[in-house]
Design a protein around this ligand. Structure first.
Ligand code: ZN
Length: 241
């Protein structure tokens, strides 16, 4: 029958393992969420750029259409001018041709600007899409690995929790509460070994009288300096451990 402190020392190993695994799981979940978030943000950005480009392309087609119409009209007016004999009519027709020229110049300037913008936006969209592909690939491989790891650790955690429950049944209630408190307040180390009369938790020498009591392993003794539970193993065990 193991002593209380021996059970607590075993319990602590389980608790430390549980703590480390839970941390790895939550870090893994955080990383998976970050990978998903990066893909989502990039998808949104690429979608917005695509919509912008669509609007711009529609604007380009509209300008091209209007320019073609103006060109056709211009051709028609120039042909008509050759047939006009009346000075007044000729003046009006020339004025109309001038206005058409002006309109076409305006359309050409606007169309050039739109085409430049289309070119720039197309390059930007390609950049966003290739980054999206990279992020998606990264997420697919890394998140799959992480999910596999999280699944494995979660199963281990479940088993260790069961072990913990079993161990706890062998620990007196008051001692259990004390252990839990020290474990949480002292960075996951509640039970420490005494080696050569020195507390391995705080490196302080334990008073000889107390050391004798610890060696008897009859009751759980706290280190006077760091308040951790002191555990002593015989020399033979100490040499192996
Ligand atoms: Zn100590």
């Amino acid at each position: 029958m193991p002593t209380q402190i021996e059970v607590l020392a075993t319990l602590q190993l389980v608790d430390q393992s549980l703590r480390a695994k839970s941390l790895t799981v939550s870090e893994g979940e955080g990383r998976v969420a970050a990978l998903e978030e990066a893909v989502n943000a990039q998808t949104t950005a690429a979608g917005a750029a695509r919509a912008e480009l669509r609007t711009l392309s529609a604007r380009q087609r509209d300008l091209e259409g209007r320019l073609a119409a103006a060109e056709a009209k211009m051709k028609d007016r120039r042909m008509r001018i050759t047939r006009i004999r009346n000075d007044k009519e000729l003046g009006l027709a020339k004025r109309e041709v001038d206005l058409l020229k002006e309109e076409m110049n305006g359309l050409e300037v606007e169309l050039m600007a739109v085409m430049e913008q289309v070119e720039a936006d197309t390059a930007k969209l390609q950049g966003l899409e290739s980054e999206l592909a990279r992020l998606t690939g990264e997420r697919d491989t890394e998140a799959a690995e992480l999910r596999e790891k999280i699944g494995r650790l979660t199963a281990e955690i479940e088993r260790e929790r069961a072990t913990r429950t079993e161990l706890m049944q062998n620990v007196d209630g008051e001692l259990r509460r004390k252990y839990e408190m020290i474990f949480s307040r002292r960075g996951g180390v509640a039970v420490v070994e005494v080696r050569g009369g020195i507390c391995q938790g705080c490196r302080m020498r334990v008073p000889p009288q107390l050391f004798n009591e610890i060696q008897r392993n009859e009751q759980v003794i706290l280190c006077p300096s760091c308040q951790r539970m002191l555990f002593w193993r015989s020399e033979a065990e100490e040499a192996n451990g």
